[in-house]
Design a protein around this ligand. Structure first.
Ligand SMILES: Cc1cc2nc3c(=O)[nH]c(=O)nc-3n(C[C@H](O)[C@H](O)[C@H](O)COP(=O)(O)OP(=O)(O)OC[C@H]3O[C@@H](n4cnc5c(N)ncnc54)[C@H](O)[C@@H]3O)c2cc1C
Ligand code: FES
Length: 257
């Protein structure tokens, strides 16, 4: 299903032997017969038995030919792969921070936490109103404030004017003043956003997990093409991740630092 000219939501019927995925896990899709390498996509929903959802931004050949797959076609997928997020403990409030297509990596987590009755703040950022991935993709805000949904745009065309990390900082400030619940952060988005969110979490001594979307090749830990630097040496995103404790990652210097 096309959401807008740049993004599609796919519902895939899966074999009954396909294990129920955990939030954060991904599948490797053979998106085109012309491409050797499969393309990784986070499981963006698995609420109905026998189905998984993928939310895909159209970038290059693999994603574009996947979007052209006609309804009812058979697509080969491998998975579910990778690790999952930690559960928030009682007394913690889950703060989900998504930048752009990062919504795909956190959508299933948001659904699961919402169904478990958890307290949830979802922050979504994009460059412009048109690029904001909201619609009915995420759990709705509740009147009792258990689930809150806030958004930001870099150009101020919708929601808060600024980056999603600026929004995150002000939400954390408010939570700190409230002293009702301690936040636990879950982030997915472009590298600069991940780096900034991790720095905010570190400065405020808040637990933070990030889902990384490095470019992959084999997807099985063999080629080492998706390594990231951690405090314990290089780790592969495909087999050690894609979810990492932000405090364990070693980030490259920001370009303008
Ligand atoms: C664990 C994981 C989960 C992912 N989940 C999702 C998801 O849920 N939804 C989604 O839309 N995408 C997701 N991605 C990214 C997705 O895999 C790529 O966008 C896709 O493989 C691009 O394939 P393509 O053939 O269309 O583009 P290509 O022709 O391979 O590349 C087109 C352009 O996109 C760039 N590009 C390719 N891969 C990435 C990437 N991973 N990050 C940034 N730029 C990239 C290339 O450098 C190139 O400029 C995920 C990646 C990983 C590793
Ligand atoms: S993609 Fe080959 S090791 Fe991760």
């Amino acid at each position: 299903m096309s959401i807008d000219p740049k993004n599609c939501l796919f519902t895939l019927e899966v074999d009954r032997r396909f294990p129920k995925p955990l939030p954060g896990q991904f599948v490797q899709v053979a998106s085109s017969t012309e491409l050797t390498l499969r393309r990784p996509f986070s499981v963006a929903g698995a609420s109905r038995p026998g189905e998984i959802e993928l939310l895909v931004e159209l970038r290059g050949k693999g994603t574009r030919s996947f979007a052209e797959t006609h309804e009812g076609a058979t697509v080969s997928i491998l998975g579910p792969m990778g690790n999952t997020f930690s559960e928030p403990s009682t007394g913690e409030i889950a703060v989900l921070v998504a930048g752009g297509i990062g919504v795909a990596g956190l959508r299933y987590l948001a659904q699961e936490l919402s169904e478990e009755g958890r307290r949830l703040i979802i922050l979504v950022g994009a460059r412009t109103r048109e690029a904001l991935l909201l619609g009915n993709l995420l759990p709705s805000a509740t009147e009792d404030g258990r689930i809150r949904l806030e958004f930001s745009t870099d150009d101020g065309s919708a929601g808060h004017w600024g980056t999603v990390c600026e929004l995150l900082d002000s939400e954390l400030e408010a939570l700190e003043a409230d002293r009702i619940a301690s936040p636990r952060l879950y982030c997915c988005g472009p590298p600069a956003m991940i780096r900034e969110a991790a720095a905010i979490a570190s400065a405020r001594e808040i637990p933070c997990e990030v889902l990384l979307e490095e470019i992959m090749a084999c997807g099985t830990g063999a080629c080492r093409g998706c390594v990231v630097m951690t405090k314990h040496g290089y780790r592969t995103v495909c087999s050690d991740g894609p979810v990492f404790d932000a405090a364990e990652l070693v980030f490259e210097e920001a370009p303008n630092a």
